[in-house]
Design a protein around this ligand. Structure first.
Ligand code: FEO
Length: 402
């Protein structure tokens, strides 16, 4: 059966959840699925904003039919041409052949790269600031390139002040009945997955997120409808805007330490555990310790965006940096992480490479400060070098007081 939700008079959430999906983009583990949001405005003209992933087509088509209740579909707005939102465009056009498809020039280019249907006759290309009236409601389009792909645009509904924001402000995690962020315990239950979504999916494009913020300055926004996760309204709008402002400027939310280590036989792990314990005894709270071979990098990356300090500890492997640590730091570099305080511990038995490579990689990132004297362990850290770990703990502690 259909499952729709009237979010404002004549405006409906018509999306759905996929809790069976294992990995988003076949890369990021999902423990609680994901929501694919789509919205319908019923006015003199009817308009559907984005579609959903192919995994939920059957339910989605029921939602559309129920909402239209026998009426035709006049417009389909494509804010984002990634297949998790576009997989049903062709099916919508087959079922509602008189629909006009709204997008920009890049939208059509990407559509033609993914799909085979000829939509040139029904395609309505819109430009920055252009408006289309549906009757009482008016849609205005703003280009938002690279939030998260180059063709992305956002749609602003003028009469109600609703921003249909494409991926921006979205999250991993299926919706549990409630569609509004103010109806759930967001901070304790959903925020971590929102941060993991932003940092891993959109994290690289902080400058473009800031450019979108500048573009929307002065516009009254009463509701933000993303393509994933909850809808934002009331106090939750400044709440998520503040998070996004920090994340997109690569400013840590909290002072704190993430310790990410690689360890083959437990010796590097042992040094990190000892360091974490020394920090705890100094009063450092709420640390995160991760084994990079065990925890998916998306979780570690998310916490590195959250906290001010990071410790990377890794052995040398085949005269290189141990591969999972190499992959983690490379990914952080691709995501343009900046403004963090980093401390480093290498380990080797006969030839040291890990510490040198980690140092180079960190130095190549923007505004990363190496805190303390890096330690290069020879196989295992002995008591006679404990003073080095004490000194590192002192320096990390001091850097947290800045
Ligand atoms: Fe949810 Fe960039 O797609």
């Amino acid at each position: 059966m259909s499952n729709i939700y009237e979010i404002l008079p004549d405006i409906y959430w018509v999306g759905g959840n996929d809790r069976r999906i294992e990995r988003f983009e076949n890369m990021f583990p999902l423990t609680n699925g994901v929501a694919y949001n789509s919205y319908m405005i019923m006015d003199e003209k009817t308009a559907l904003l984005d579609t959903v992933d192919s995994a939920i087509t059957a339910e989605y088509m029921e939602n559309i039919a129920q909402t239209l209740n026998g009426r035709g579909l006049d417009y389909l707005v494509i804010n984002h041409m990634e297949p998790d939102h576009c997989a049903n465009i062709e099916e919508i056009i087959r079922r509602y052949p008189n629909v006009n498809v709204i997008g920009n020039a890049k939208t059509l280019q990407f559509f033609n790269q993914y799909y085979t249907m000829d939509i040139s006759n029904s395609f309505l290309e819109v430009k920055e600031g252009q408006e289309i009236s549906l009757g009482k409601h008016t849609l205005r389009f703003y280009m938002a390139p690279m939030v998260h792909w180059p063709e992305v645009m956002v749609t602003y509904e003028v009469s109600q002040g609703i921003l249909f924001s494409a991926d921006a402000f979205g999250s991993f995690g299926a919706l549990a009945g409630n569609v509004f962020a103010d109806e759930v315990e967001y901070d304790s239950f959903y925020l971590d997955e929102n941060r993991r979504y932003y940092t891993n999916i959109v994290g690289r494009y902080g400058n473009q997120v800031q450019a979108l913020f500048r573009k929307l300055e002065g516009i009254d926004i009463n509701m933000i409808c993303s393509l994933h996760g909850h809808i934002w309204r009331g106090d939750m709008i400044p709440y998520i805007l503040e998070k996004y402002d920090k994340w997109s400027k690569y400013i840590p939310e909290n002072k704190g330490v993430v310790l990410a280590y690689a360890s083959m036989y437990g010796n590097t792990e042992n040094a990190v555990n000892a360091l974490a314990s020394k920090l705890a005894k100094k009063g450092v709270k709420d640390m995160r310790v991760y084994d990079v071979s065990k925890t998916h990098p998306s979780y570690i990356i998310s916490d590195i965006f959250k906290y001010s300090n990071v410790v990377f500890a890794s052995p040398t492997y085949n005269l290189q940096l141990y591969f999972p640590m190499d992959a983690l730091i490379r990914e952080l570099s691709v995501l343009n992480i900046a403004n963090r305080k980093v401390s480093l511990i290498g380990n080797h038995t006969w030839s040291s490479a890990a510490l040198k490579q980690m140092t180079e990689m960190i130095n190549n990132m923007k505004n990363m400060e190496i805190v303390g004297t890096s330690i290069d362990i020879k196989s295992s850290l002995r008591e006679d070098r404990e003073h080095e770990l004490d000194a590192l703990a002192d320096d990390i502690y001091k850097s947290l007081q800045d």
